[in-house]
Design a protein around this ligand. Structure first.
Ligand code: ZN
Length: 453
């Protein structure tokens, strides 16, 4: 798929690679941008075209955020674009090391000053720097996509489960078998409530089953206030016993597991009727993201991860960030995937501000110049090098690392050095660096995935 702009650089519906080649060959289009590939039609404005509605779906994550763009038509969603944002995870670490360096410099070089606290209030909407960066990275990619695609609506996964659907589940006593999706919402709710572990033996990272505290055969209901999560062994061991009966039995046993179970039963019973507090399932980062996405002026809908999981199971898709993004929100029964590639946006930043290069012991071993551009190139620019001779003879494409000497290094998309000491005269600029490294890979699960129920 290729992004297409009209002659005034406004987005049109994307076209196929084949179509794009044809348009370029006929001279009807020009290359607007190389990576990702965007063409611009010279003879068309958006008013002359019919645009379909496109939905941008986002599944925010800690290391990777999944993105998908789907075309919405009667009873079917067609995925036309998959992407992953690979976030920077070094922010916290870098800020910590900067703080330590500054602290030690102040200790060495300045007089003592009494600490002041009155100027340390955090502004409203403050997020920890790592989270702030992540939100900004998602916004930056969304801003790019809005420039290249006529998106009409944004859907974000913003919570684990729907509080509206589960409002006071303990009290109002909704039955959990109210349709399949509702089961997923309840499961996520219980996971959060019981801390993602077996309520009886406390085992983590094992498959958990929904357990009726008062068994159904003994008159127990499907209400959320009668449900907990247990591992398979505990669920089996409890069988159709009432919690009190089981506790008596466990007390007689000498096994350490049984003692632990007996200890936990009163805790489980006391937790059953207590609903979760609101703050527990809406995390600040996702909330901030939803809030700031509204600034683009498009309708922003929110979805739950319970819903995503339900859709992914329904369409039988593997668990990846991009498929998850394709499954965000309420979906019709049909899903078609009309793209073979996943675009990667890797956040790499625009370099450091540090002017001094220390050695491994922290002693200064040279200073950088204030300038960042040498011989027309900056570190991070995407370039093509044709090296006539020497160790690296051949043609190379990658991002450049500049030096004042004019002999540059090249790195590949993963950040690995592929060539060294290449003279700037052998290098040609493809695209200026913008703090991102672009890459793409083939999606998992082969061709023409289409499924419905
Ligand atoms: Zn257990």
């Amino acid at each position: 798929m290729v992004f297409v702009l009209d002659k005034r650089k406004r987005p049109l519906m994307p076209c196929s690679e084949k179509q794009a080649r044809k348009l370029l060959k006929e001279g009807r289009a020009v290359v607007h941008r190389l990576v990702p590939f965007v063409i611009r039609l010279k003879d068309r404005v958006v008013e002359q075209s019919v645009l379909q509605s496109l939905r941008l779906k986002i599944d925010p994550g800690y290391e990777v955020t999944g993105i998908s763009v789907v075309r919405v038509a009667e009873g079917k969603e067609t995925v036309i674009f998959f992407a992953e944002i690979h976030h920077r995870t070094d922010i916290t670490e870098k800020l910590l090391s900067r703080r330590q360096v500054r602290r030690s410099r102040r200790n060495r070089k300045t007089r003592y000053r009494a600490p002041r606290f009155s100027n340390r209030r955090r502004p409203e909407g403050w997020l920890p720097p790592g989270a702030e960066a992540r939100v900004n990275q998602v916004l930056s990619v969304v801003r790019k996509l809005l420039r290249w695609l006529p998106i009409t609506e944004i859907v974000v996964e913003s919570a684990r489960f729907d509080t509206q659907k589960l409002q006071n589940p303990e009290i109002s006593g909704v039955e959990y078998q109210r349709g399949e999706l509702f089961g997923y919402e309840v499961r996520e709710y219980l996971l959060e409530k019981f801390g993602r572990k077996c309520a009886y033996c406390g085992k983590e990272n094992v498959p958990l089953e929904i357990e009726h505290v008062v068994p159904k055969s003994r008159g127990g209901t499907d209400r959320v206030s009668n449900l907990t999560l247990a591992c398979r062994e505990c669920n089996r061991a409890k069988g159709n016993k009432l919690p009190q009966e089981w506790m008596e039995e466990l007390k007689k046993s000498g096994r350490s597991v049984d003692r632990k179970r007996a200890e936990n039963i009163p805790e489980v019973l006391s937790r059953l009727r207590k609903p979760l507090k609101g703050a527990a399932f809406m995390n600040a980062t996702r909330y901030a993201l939803v809030d700031r996405l509204k600034g683009f002026g498009l309708p922003v809908l929110t979805a739950t991860s319970a819903q995503t999981k339900y859709n992914r199971t329904r369409f039988g898709l593997p668990k990846t960030h991009y498929y998850d993004a394709g499954c965000v929100g309420e979906m019709p029964d049909g899903l078609e995937i009309a793209t073979e590639y996943v675009q990667v946006f890797r956040a790499v930043g625009r370099g450091t501000r540090r002017m001094c290069n220390p050695d491994k012991y922290g002693f200064p071993r040279g200073h950088r110049e204030a300038r960042k551009r040498y011989f027309g190139f900056s570190t991070g620019d995407l370039v093509r090098a044709v090296v006539p001779n020497g160790k690296y003879a051949g043609v190379w494409t990658g991002s450049v690392v500049v030096r004042a000497s004019g002999f540059f290094d090249l790195k590949d998309v993963a950040g690995k050095r592929i060539a060294q000491g290449i003279h700037y005269r052998s290098i040609r600029l493809i695209q200026r660096g913008d703090g991102w490294r672009y890459d793409r890979f083939r999606r998992e699960g082969g061709k023409a995935h289409s499924s419905s129920q």
